[in-house]
Design a protein around this ligand. Sequence first.
Ligand code: ZN
Length: 169
Amino acid sequence: MARKILTYPNRILMQKARPVDTINSFIHDLSRDMARLMYENRGIGLAAPQVGESLRLVTVDLSGPDNREELVTYVNPEIIWSEGEISTEEGCLSVKGYQSKVTRAEKIMIRALDLEGRQVEQEGQGLWSVCLQHEIDHLNGVLFIDHISRLKRAIYDKKLSKWLAREKE
Ligand SMILES: [Zn+2]
């Protein structure tokens, strides 16, 4: 079955994903599929739950779909350290028609496995840091719209239910 990007309010997006225990051919195929869908939809990051697999796996390529030069896959990533504050405009391939400013840590360090099962630790700031926090949130069933004010969220939810009602007609 061909995977596709799920959108809010799909329940899988709200679940805590389980750790990857074996990096086998399923995981390699999944990560290739995620990279393909990320590029096709012009994203810079994607988490496995967004394609319907409730597993702790993310792909990131900050060079974007036009360059495709910095693809990295993180297995079971966790934030082990964070510092500062940064506020940037975020959007999400799983949240249609919406962008909003979100405040996150400016600098983080993560620990993860690569696709060969080696442990990696990486520290970064700015866009990389924001992107990784956004993707790791997905693994915990959290969307960027969970970080905005209740009022903004209520307005978005109302707009979305109108769109969904129209799609059903
Ligand atoms: Zn997202």
